[in-house]
Design a protein around this ligand. Structure first.
Ligand code: SAH
Length: 217
């Protein structure tokens, strides 16, 4: 069993070896990921692996993303402290926690109720107060609080869901894995003069986005 100090050392090591050496430069983001207790977002059996360089199962057939992927996607969003971000696929809530420390307000949608509830409990326990969680089909976005300066989708989709493009503000950024059910390209889109300009960042592997504007099942 590791104690708090051990986890701190593992976390600092994760930031140095997995994030900095691979080119993550955002100082604030590196600081945030050096502080958030990622091990609390996985089951007790997985805790000792929480800071390793791979995704981990979180139950219900879903996974918590690899730390580097969380860092890369967050950096691509270029969030400012006063901005609003929408996340689709709360999962463990770890990515949500990183967003909550880099933006003003975080809205997150998760399809599986048990995961959403567990994540919400952890946000309360850790005192994150700028996160709103909804259970539902995130491929439809969350129109009530739109527009968003950033949208991050942590599940793979065959195409960029139209409602998400609509709910992105002018100069807003969206990061989303697009492709087949087993592997995708990480796409960065930016809304410029009402039009979404996209570019491909790298290959990636996410669980499928299941919903009206994603996969059927
Ligand atoms: N960011 C999360 C990733 C979890 S995996 C983490 O690091 O823990 C992706 C999540 O997307 C899963 O929890 C899955 O249930 C959820 N998901 C899939 N389709 C969805 C949809 N249409 N709306 C909301 N969530 C969805």
């Amino acid at each position: 069993m590791f104690n708090k100090e051990d986890y701190k050392i593992l976390r600092e090591n994760m930031v140095e070896v997995q994030l900095k050496t691979r080119g993550i430069k955002d100082e604030k983001l590196l600081e945030v990921m050096g502080q958030i207790p990622r091990h609390l977002f996985v089951s007790e059996q997985q805790r000792s692996c929480a800071y390793e360089d791979f995704p981990l199962p979180i139950g219900e057939g879903q996974t918590i993303s690899q730390p580097y992927m969380v860092a890369l996607m967050t950096e691509l969003l270029r969030l400012k402290e006063h901005e609003k971000v929408l996340e689709i696929g709360t999962g463990s809530g770890y990515q949500t926690a990183v967003l909550s420390k880099t933006a003003k307000e975080v809205y997150t949608v998760e399809k599986i109720e048990s995961l959403a509830l567990k994540a919400e409990e952890m946000f309360k326990e850790l005192g994150y107060q700028n996160i709103k969680v909804k259970v539902g089909d995130g491929s439809e976005g969350w129109s009530e609080y739109a527009p968003y300066n950033g949208i991050i989708v942590t599940a793979g989709s065959p195409k960029i869901p139209e409602p998400l493009i609509k709910q992105l503000s002018e100069n807003g950024r969206i990061v989303i894995p697009i492709g087949g059910p087993f592997s995708q390209d990480l796409i960065l889109g930016e809304k410029i003069k009402g039009e979404l300009i996209t570019k491909t960042i790298c290959g990636c592997t996410f669980v499928p986005l299941i919903g009206k504007h994603g996969w059927d099942k």
